[in-house]
Design a protein around this ligand. Structure first.
Ligand SMILES: *[C@@H]1O[C@H](CO)[C@@H](O)[C@H](O)[C@H]1NC(C)=O
Ligand SMILES: *[C@@H]1O[C@H](CO)[C@@H](O)[C@H](O)[C@H]1NC(C)=O
Ligand SMILES: *[C@@H]1O[C@H](CO)[C@@H](O)[C@H](O)[C@H]1NC(C)=O
Ligand SMILES: *[C@@H]1O[C@H](CO)[C@@H](O)[C@H](O)[C@H]1NC(C)=O
Ligand SMILES: *[C@@H]1O[C@H](CO)[C@@H](O)[C@H](O)[C@H]1NC(C)=O
Ligand SMILES: *[C@@H]1O[C@H](CO)[C@@H](O)[C@H](O)[C@H]1NC(C)=O
Ligand SMILES: *[C@@H]1O[C@H](CO)[C@@H](O)[C@H](O)[C@H]1NC(C)=O
Ligand SMILES: *[C@@H]1O[C@H](CO)[C@@H](O)[C@H](O)[C@H]1NC(C)=O
Length: 557
């Protein structure tokens, strides 16, 4: 009986699948169970993801010929644009057997006009607006204020082009798109300390980010577990702190990642987390860490599990710590072309500090009543060091929760949420409080992509999609303090074997929330469009995971 039921289920599946195979869409998804048919409208071929802000569609179809189609631009000396045009011409004509339909008008060229000639490094708040028009009369026109806007336009152009399933003719409809991001900060965090992530995987992820118009790679470089970043000032940090000498990002690697990201309009924001999450520093520099006194004040370096290990947090009463950090961040400032640095500052567990008699003495002398004031002392000095170096900074929300005063232009990243830990409040409550203090924010609390929903993994992307980072209680002005959001991928259970498929296409849901910010989230339609995007990523070499049953037509096997 069970066998028959299954047979029925599968034959129905194949019947439905066959029906749609030749329907002109290049992806197809179906129900999890036949009893729950999918609602919503199937995505038209060539539907861009994330959806543009304004998209005037037309039924008029043009065809393209791979041997005479050209994209040209008014910026002749901008390597970013030149490289992008080459990339996108390849994506548009990826099918070696693609053809032209000679009966349709031909789209011969797209001309790109960029107003600002600056072509250096993307930075927070860059203008990414673009206008894209395709018509048989005027041909293709892209207008953007910055080269970064032009990159987003080229991505859209490459997604608008589709193929006739039978003749394989390259097609594009006449259209006019006015587009800009709802949020200026659209990031992905990757933790390279719990597991080392190879450079090639990081670059593949940058590709996927560009295909989804995301613009910040937040690189959580080091943590308790390992120190894979090569510092020239302190080479022993990675020599002793990395998992192995192979699992180190040399400065050449770092530069090549920054360059790869720049060519795709993506910022690389480095994070060196402190004063917690620093155990790996101690492999080479044990004197930087606070000795913990497990059970009595006469014996240092005694763990008290699970409260603390023998030493794991920087020692805020050691002057050497501040000199060391100053030198390390000066080196970072030269290597990374970013105005911002991420200082971490999350999850300082006070018990080790409290166990240490020297710290107790220091606190007494300095009239500190609790360890929260000691944390403030550390944070205050670090922020002053950053100011001296000329860095703007981003921090996790913890010091602000603890009453620390940071510089006005600090960006505070919201991560705490009751769904991560029942002891934490709902993220909207802390966002409301931090907004009242006037800080700009980046929200991550609803976007921890390392977690998989049980028992409904298929709901994951829907929850990500529905999270509105401005949905806390506050004035309009306070909501505007949210610059965007960031999908976080902590790598306790992730390495190069599953990083890309864990992130994609689930991070695409975050990308559309942050770029388009649809006012009414129609999940039923979005499901089909997301699947089309998943197949698009797949065709471009990104092993993005499926979101439902079904298949991408080119990859039916
Ligand atoms: C493109 O034109 C075709 C043919 O008129 C139409 O069926 C299709 O819906 C159009 N696609 C888009 C994305 O507007
Ligand atoms: C292109 O067409 C040739 C000849 O029909 C066929 O052998 C080949 O597999 C096709 N290539 C692709 C990528 O479809
Ligand atoms: C595509 O353009 C090339 C070069 O101009 C031309 O030889 C070829 O016939 C065109 N293909 C079609 C299908 O029109
Ligand atoms: C570029 O500059 C021209 C002339 O000032 C202006 O008309 C046009 O709107 C600008 N383009 C964009 C995309 O802002
Ligand atoms: C690195 O470690 C080695 C071995 O402990 C030591 O001899 C050397 O002085 C250290 N280098 C620096 C720059 O601290
Ligand atoms: C303090 O703790 C250490 C390690 O647990 C132990 O060896 C030592 O005897 C203790 N000393 C006193 C005075 O209790
Ligand atoms: C720490 O002490 C200060 C000064 O008495 C007080 O304002 C603050 O609320 C205390 N913080 C905590 C977390 O107890
Ligand atoms: C917003 O305020 C209302 C009214 O005080 C309250 O019921 C609601 O729970 C608050 N929402 C959030 C997300 O804090």
């Amino acid at each position: 009986m069970k066998y028959l039921k299954m047979l029925f289920k599968f034959s129905l599946y194949f019947a439905v699948a066959f029906l749609f195979h030749f329907s002109g869409v290049n992806s197809f998804i179906t129900y999890i169970e036949p009893r729950h048919p999918l609602r919503g409208s199937r995505a038209k071929p060539g539907t861009p993801w994330p959806l543009p802000q304004r998209w005037i569609q037309s039924q008029k179809v043009l065809s393209l010929n791979s041997s005479n189609f050209r994209i040209s631009s008014n910026l002749k000396d901008c390597d970013v644009l030149t490289a992008a045009i080459q990339r996108y011409e390849k994506f548009i004509f990826a099918d070696v057997n693609g053809t032209q339909n000679p009966l349709l008008p031909t789209l011969l060229q797209v001309n790109v006009f960029v107003n600002e000639t600056s072509c250096a490094y993307p930075q927070q708040g860059d203008d990414e607006y673009y206008l894209l028009e395709i018509s048989s009369v005027k041909q293709g026109v892209i207008e953007a204020r910055t080269v970064w806007g032009a990159l987003r336009a080229l991505e859209t152009l490459s997604q608008l082009v589709y193929q006739n399933e039978k003749t394989r003719a390259y097609l594009v409809n006449e259209t006019r798109i006015d587009d800009w991001p709802a949020y200026s900060y659209r990031g992905i965090l990757i933790d390279t300390a719990r597991h080392f992530i190879p450079v090639s995987t990081l670059k593949q992820n940058l590709d996927a980010m560009a295909f989804n118009k995301m613009n910040v790679f937040h690189w959580h470089l080091v943590d308790d577990q390992s120190f894979p970043f090569e510092s020239k000032t302190f080479p022993n940090l990675s020599k002793y702190g990395a998992y192995s000498e192979k699992q180190v990002y040399s400065q050449t690697d770092v530069k090549s990642i920054i360059e790869y990201a720049r060519l795709r309009g993506i910022r690389v924001l480095p994070e060196i987390d402190s004063p917690g999450h620093t155990k790996s520093f101690g492999k080479a520099y044990p004197e930087l860490l606070t000795p913990c006194y497990g059970y009595n004040s006469s014996t240092p370096y005694v763990p008290k599990y699970p409260h603390f290990s023998e030493a794991e947090t920087l020692n805020p009463i050691e002057e050497n710590v501040y000199t060391f950090m100053s030198n390390l961040f000066q080196e970072l400032k030269i290597l990374f072309p970013e105005k911002y640095v991420h200082l971490g500052m999350d999850e300082v567990y006070y018990e080790c500090w409290e166990s240490n008699p020297n710290i107790q003495f220091f606190m007494k002398v300095n009239k500190m009543q609790n360890t929260s004031q000691l944390e403030q002392y550390y944070v205050g000095r670090m922020l002053q060091i950053m100011k001296n170096i000329g860095y703007k900074y981003m921090i996790w929300q913890d010091p602000i929760d603890n009453g620390v005063q940071a510089a006005d232009d600090t960006i505070v990243q919201i991560w705490k949420d009751s769904r991560l830990d029942s002891k934490l409040g709902e993220w909207r409550e802390s966002a409301e409080i931090i907004a009242k203090k006037g800080y700009r924010m980046v929200v991550s609390a609803c976007w921890y992509l390392n977690y998989i929903n049980y028992p409904y993994p298929g709901k994951d992307w829907e929850n990500f999609y529905e999270c509105n980072p401005r949905s806390f209680n506050g004035s309009n002005e306070e909501k505007q303090l949210v610059l965007g959001g960031e999908a976080c991928l902590w790598t306790e259970f992730v390495d190069s074997t599953n990083l890309i498929s864990r992130l994609w296409p689930r991070a695409s849901a975050v990308a559309e929330r942050l770029w388009t910010n649809p006012q009414t989230a129609n999940l039923d339609d979005a499901r089909f469009r997301l699947d089309q995007q998943r197949c698009r990523l797949f065709r471009r070499g990104i092993p993005a995971a499926p979101i439902l049953n079904g298949f991408c037509e080119d990859y039916a096997i």
